[in-house]
Design a protein around this ligand. Structure first.
Ligand SMILES: [Zn+2]
Length: 222
């Protein structure tokens, strides 16, 4: 890529990362600790995410707080890669277009159009033991998916060309990811301040409550 293009991409990334952090900061005062049972499987987007460590949101921060930021940042990376693919990778773009058309043909798409705090989270709550759900949103989505015909198979040559383009898209995504992490370092301070103001007091209150209930399991005043 010519140097001028790289500089231009960096500038727009800088603005986008700053805006994503702004949006997360506007949302954070509304965050509340989850009252329902937490998810059992770890979140693949947040666990060990280099984006979150660059932002200074470590594993001591509740997952909902992390997820709101990691999803907003992922959207920036995805968008940059989509742009690069549209301009430079015709095979991959063609394949993505076909998949998108197939997706639009599905009658039920519960994972689309969600707020960043919900995007990528499990569709259904964990079922309680002995009480399975009559139907689940993910089950309905799977049924809608099965109704749409599969895409035609690719030739070996087309597969090889596609693999090469996927490799280039991956490389580009890694480059943008590193760039975004470097930019996030500049926002650590305001992220940290917001966590101290809106998250830590709520976590401390929860722990206090837990300690009290463990100290007096049979409180006679109740
Ligand atoms: Zn997550």
């Amino acid at each position: 890529m010519p140097r001028a293009t790289v500089v231009c991409v960096e500038r727009s990334l800088e603005t986008e990362v700053s805006q994503a952090v702004d949006a997360w900061l506007r949302w954070l005062p509304r965050w509340q600790p989850a009252t329902h049972r937490g998810r059992v499987a770890p979140c693949r987007r947040c666990l060990g995410s280099p984006v979150l460590s660059a932002a200074g949101l470590g594993s001591d921060v509740p997952h909902g707080v992390q997820h709101g930021l990691s999803t907003r940042i992922k959207a920036i990376i995805d968008h940059a890669v989509a742009d690069y693919t549209a301009k430079n990778l015709p095979m991959l773009q063609g394949e993505l277009d076909q998949q998108a058309a197939r997706n639009r043909a599905r009658s039920y798409r519960p994972t689309e159009g969600l707020d960043p705090e919900y995007e990528g989270m499990p569709l259904d709550p964990e079922p309680a033991p002995g009480a399975p759900f009559l139907f689940t949103l993910s089950g309905m989505a799977d049924e809608a998916d099965a109704e749409v015909p599969a895409l035609p198979p690719l030739s070996e040559a087309a597969k090889a060309a596609l693999r090469q383009e996927v490799g280039l898209a991956d490389e580009y995504a890694n480059m943008i990811g590193r760039e975004v992490c470097a930019l996030l370092l500049g926002h650590r301070l305001r992220i940290q301040e917001a966590v101290a103001q809106y998250v830590e007091p709520q976590v401390a209150a929860l722990l206090d409550e837990l300690t009290r209930s463990l100290d007096s399991p049979f409180d006679p005043s109740e």
